[in-house]
Write a protein that binds this ligand. Structure first.
Ligand SMILES: [Zn+2]
Length: 145
């Protein structure tokens, strides 16, 4: 069976762009856009909450799921890439719902340590707050049922 150019179905989402997920390779200092996880063929689909593993097409190492708001530094800008890598390893990515952005991120590599340390001292309180909020949420939803 032959496929003519006319019979090929164009994917509208692939054309329009913002639906792709950026993955960064810290070794090559490059970002590779991957098909959105919801558009993957069934055998490649992953469950919600499960980490998606994408390998770098260039060096084969596991890439970082940096999030839609990630703006890749220039490839030569090793310090900026190092900053992004350190932040990523501490769980700071650039995922957001699109309306309020990913929140504050340090601009310079030298600020990263302060940022991470500063966030750590705050996070105990934040964890507690989240626990309380979850408890309230659970209570509310059980009241509704
Ligand atoms: Zn790579």
């Amino acid at each position: 069976m032959e496929y003519s150019g006319k019979s090929r179905i164009m994917c509208r989402y692939a054309m329009n762009g913002p639906y792709k997920e950026p993955f960064a390779c810290f070794t090559c200092r490059k970002v590779f856009k991957q098909t959105n996880r919801w558009e993957l063929p069934d055998h490649l689909k992953i469950s919600p909450g499960e980490e998606r593993v994408c390998k770098c097409p260039q060096c084969g190492q596991k890439m970082a799921d940096v999030g839609h708001d990630f703006k890749a530094p220039k490839q030569k800008n090793i310090k900026q890439w190092e900053k992004v890598r350190i932040l990523y390893e501490h769980g700071y990515t650039y995922h957001s719902c699109g309306c309020c952005g990913p929140g504050f991120r340090p601009v310079e590599l030298k600020d990263v340590e302060d940022f991470i340390v500063g966030n750590k001292t705050m996070s105990d309180g934040a964890i507690l707050l989240e626990k309380i909020q979850n408890r309230i949420k659970a209570r509310d939803s059980s009241n509704k049922n």
